[in-house]
Write a protein that binds this ligand. Structure first.
Ligand SMILES: NC(=O)C1=CN([C@@H]2O[C@H](COP(=O)(O)OP(=O)(O)OC[C@H]3O[C@@H](n4cnc5c(N)ncnc54)[C@H](O)[C@@H]3O)[C@@H](O)[C@H]2O)C=CC1
Ligand SMILES: O=C(O)[C@@H]1CCC=N1
Length: 273
């Protein structure tokens, strides 16, 4: 991938996940800056990955070719105000990873012209297993699209969406999704502990079942998920009993409702921040 100067505004979980992936992929640390007011988080990233650290968002953004906005949505307006006043975004590429902040809103927050790509990543980027959805308005150049996809591709898989609204679907299906699986695994670990396993063994049982299931899905791209499920489910056996409980309790509908709630919240956030 091309090497450009990248400034991360925000030093949180998601910025760390992307930085870790970039560094692991051989991206030069000297071309990456991380900016945040709190030294604790920022300096931890500087120490761990050898990137540059600063508390000066404006200075970092000015010096960068690519500005990655990685602060919480509710802070976006506050963070963008000084950037709009002091940074010429004309020749820069801006990537926002924030949920619930639209490109129309960024045009108001940062001014125009604005060369912006919306990215919706997830935290498994930290270990190179991220899933990112990207949306770019028509005017974003091929070069900038390719750079954005390569940047996120260095920490996992990417897919482009043709409509900005589809970013909210990416949030529901991938951005927020690791937390759904963690909740499921937490519940399983707790029950395994109640069954008498010590915490480490309970975690190992659940974690290996989960990562094994995901690996099997990846290794069987032409096999429907329902077939993989059926392959585990012996007639009259234990799995069938467990799945019957999930189905009686409407697990598929619960999952659908949860994903719709994530989309609804993303839409609501677009009106708030
Ligand atoms: N955590 C996740 O799984 C995902 C998060 N996102 C998006 O990523 C963004 C960041 O989320 P997280 O990393 O989870 O949040 P976080 O709370 O871990 O990190 C936010 C960071 O912003 C920094 N910050 C606060 N005020 C600042 C300022 N004035 N200037 C510069 N930095 C400032 C904080 O020091 C903190 O390091 C959010 O907009 C979220 O919607 C997107 C996809 C997944
Ligand atoms: O919970 C959130 O709002 C962010 C967006 C996707 C994952 N975390």
């Amino acid at each position: 991938m091309q090497h450009r100067k990248i400034a991360f505004i925000g030093a949180g979980n998601m910025a760390q996940a992307i930085i870790a992936g970039l560094i692991a992929g051989g991206y030069p640390a000297g071309l990456i800056s991380v900016c945040a007011p709190s030294a604790t988080r920022r300096e931890a990233l500087v120490a761990r990955y050898g990137v540059n650290g600063s508390d000066d968002n404006v200075g970092c953004a000015r010096a960068a070719d690519v500005v990655v906005l990685a602060v919480k949505p509710q802070l976006m307006a506050e963070v963008c105000a000084p950037l709009q006043q002091n940074v010429d975004f004309g020749a820069k590429l801006v990537l926002s990873i924030a949920a619930g902040v639209s490109i129309a809103r960024f045009r108001a927050l940062l001014g125009e012209p604005l060369n912006i790509v919306r990215v919706m990543p997830n935290t498994p980027s930290l270990v190179g297993k991220g899933m990112s959805g990207l949306y770019a308005p028509e005017e974003v150049s091929r070069d900038d699209r390719e750079f954005s996809a390569a940047l996120m591709g260095s920490v996992g898989e990417v897919c482009w969406v043709g409509q900005e609204e589809a970013i909210n679907g990416v949030i529901a299906a991938a951005g927020s999704a690791p937390a759904y699986f963690f909740l499921f695994m937490e519940a399983m670990q707790q029950e395994a502990e109640r069954m008498g396993f010590d915490a480490a063994t309970a975690r190992l049982l659940v974690q290996q079942a989960a990562s094994g299931a995901a690996a099997l899905v990846e290794a069987s791209p032409d096999t429907p998920l329902s077939t993989l499920r059926e392959n585990v489910t012996s007639r009259g056996g234990t799995t069938a009993q467990a799945l019957q409980v999930f189905n009686e309790r409407q697990l598929p509908q619960t999952v659908a409702d949860a994903m719709r709630a994530a989309v609804a919240r993303a839409r609501e956030m677009e009106t708030l921040f």
